[in-house]
Ligand binder design. Structure first.
Ligand code: TMP
Length: 212
């Protein structure tokens, strides 16, 4: 069985950059690594992602949103994550079940127990070995995310970035609470500073808690 690592945090916390840097480092150490993300990670889930994040879909009700995230996850786990873990690979995943608890549960106010049930159903027993929470003040994260989106051409993926500051504060706090509730699984990393500094913090934390 391979190693399953997930990355979580508010918008603009730097997950994508850190996953790339960690994947490069792990490959140099001989690990067989795949990088993937949610929502998405395979063709069908990428199609669901496009619907979920399209800023024009602001009429979508929270329940529909939750079910689409769960549907994308079920496909991604079955098609990509489970086979990779069975093949002994190290899977680095940009967001996973905790994002649904934070965003749809604490952000949108949907029932937490129902979300836990849906996550369990979608994941079929696949649970992250470790979850790296990249923590950052909301103002800094959103500033970075807006700068990035302003630079990006193509489909508009900023439906969540249009939410209020208060919404994003709730997401940050939800992640910190989840980390407190599951200290064995979560590693909280200070995501402030430049990417190399953050990468160094992650490498240090991984060396003592995860890698042989
Ligand atoms: P990303 O910006 O990290 O690619 O994530 C896409 C957006 O999807 C982000 O705003 C968080 C949101 N999201 C949820 O609301 N629930 C989920 O379960 C997942 C995986 C992501």
């Amino acid at each position: 069985m391979g190693l399953f690592l997930t990355f979580e945090g508010i918008e603009g916390c730097g997950k994508t950059t850190q996953i790339r840097l960690l994947a490069d480092g792990l490959r140099q150490q001989g690990h067989d690594v795949i990088e993937t993300r949610e929502p998405g990670g395979c063709d069908i889930a990428d199609q669901i992602r496009a619907v979920l994040l399209d800023a024009r879909n602001n009429r979508m009700i929270s329940t529909a949103e939750l079910l689409l995230y769960a549907a994308a996850r079920a496909q991604h786990v079955a098609e990509v994550i489970q086979p990779a873990l069975d093949a002994g690979k190290t899977v680095l995943c940009d967001r996973f079940c905790d994002a649904t608890l934070a965003y749809q549960g604490f952000g949108r106010g949907l029932d937490i127990n129902r979300i836990i049930d849906l996550n369990t159903y979608a994941c079929q027993g696949v649970i992250p070995d470790k979850t790296l929470l990249l923590d950052l003040p909301v103002e800094i994260g959103l500033g970075r995310a807006r700068q990035r989106n302003g630079q990006q051409a193509g489909p508009n993926e900023d439906r969540f970035e249009q939410e209020s500051l208060d919404f994003h504060q709730r997401i940050r706090q939800a992640y910190l609470d989840l980390a407190t509730q599951e200290p064995e699984r979560f590693i909280t990393i200070d995501a402030g500073g430049d990417p190399q500094q953050v990468a160094q913090r992650i490498a240090t934390a991984m060396a003592v808690t995860v890698l042989p």
